[in-house]
Design a protein around this ligand. Structure first.
Ligand SMILES: Nc1ncnc2c1ncn2[C@@H]1O[C@H](COP(=O)(O)OP(=O)(O)OP(=O)(O)O)[C@@H](O)[C@H]1O
Ligand SMILES: [Mg+2]
Length: 249
């Protein structure tokens, strides 16, 4: 679905990523894994056309015959609006603190797909219910909800929008173990029930093992290994992947 080829990012003369190559396969969950600072979030920013203005980028991000690095800002906005939903590392930053959740969730989901607020209320009610959230969350301001609830609100929007591609950047880092597990289960459900293609960024191999079909391992700005999760886990080829797997137990 997305082919990242030879993606290099530099900022202020510093190489952030070098010749990054990986594929996000349609209908699959692909995990991008690597240590902190290895360039995972910057890679995602490049895919979404959201790099800082002083970043220089080369290579290509092919999506449905178009190189997302070459298209206009307007085209990029339309691709994102139509096809891509992103859950950022810290969900609380995605919300405006002074607006109640109903209007924010509507903007992220119902409005995006052209539903009226009334249609949104009905549809969101059933999704929130499915995710174990009461309708009351929509009457609150973001700061009145926990990090876990905000994450769940974001995944509720993903269920609503049914994007062709969901990008989730370390979605579980703010959650306790029980909520982490649930969050991953919802991602798996979204993939299985709606066929949503997912790029899941994490540094947790247990999450990769549980959720992902394909994986790409990143170290210091480079992809050092890619493949099916079972294959990489049973037969890691790169020394860094071997070290990661050995440190797991
Ligand atoms: N705005 C910025 N200006 C300059 N350098 C940056 C900026 N943002 C990130 N970097 C650098 O880019 C590199 C990659 O950062 P990135 O945030 O992509 O890592 P990451 O793999 O997502 O890490 P983490 O697991 O901690 O989220 C790091 O060396 C970081 O210092
Ligand atoms: Mg990151």
């Amino acid at each position: 679905m997305i082919e990242v080829r030879d993606l290099s990012i530099t900022m202020k003369g510093k190489h952030i990523t070098h010749h990054v190559e990986f594929t996000i396969a349609r209908g699959k969950i692909t995990s991008l894994i690597g240590e902190s600072g290895s360039g995972k979030s910057m890679t995602v920013s490049a895919v979404l056309g959201m790099l800082p203005t002083d970043a220089k980028v080369s290579g290509s991000v092919m999506y449905e015959g178009r190189n997302l690095l070459d298209i206009s800002d307007q085209e990029m906005e339309s691709v994102k609006k139509q096809d891509i939903f992103t859950i950022f590392q810290d969900a609380s930053n995605s919300f405006n603190p002074s607006v109640k959740m109903r209007h924010q969730l509507y903007a992220f989901s119902g409005k995006r797909v052209g539903d009226t607020l009334q249609v949104f209320d009905e549809k969101m009610l059933s999704i929130l219910d499915k995710l174990g959230l009461s309708w009351e969350v929509v009457e609150h301001y973001p700061f009145q909800l926990s990090g876990g609830m905000l994450q769940r609100c974001m995944i509720a929007c993903a269920f609503y929008v049914e994007p062709a591609l969901l990008i989730a950047d370390e979605p579980t880092s703010a959650l306790d173990m029980v909520l982490q597990k649930e969050f991953i289960e919802w991602l798996i459900r979204l993939n299985e029930e709606r066929g949503t293609t997912i790029l899941l960024i994490t540094h947790d191999l247990d999450i990769v093992a549980e959720a992902a079909h394909e994986m790409a391992v990143m170290q210091q700005g480079s992809i050092v290994e890619t493949g099916k999760v079972e294959t990489v886990f049973s037969n890691p080829r790169h020394a860094y992947t071997k070290r990661l797997l050995e440190s797991r137990f």
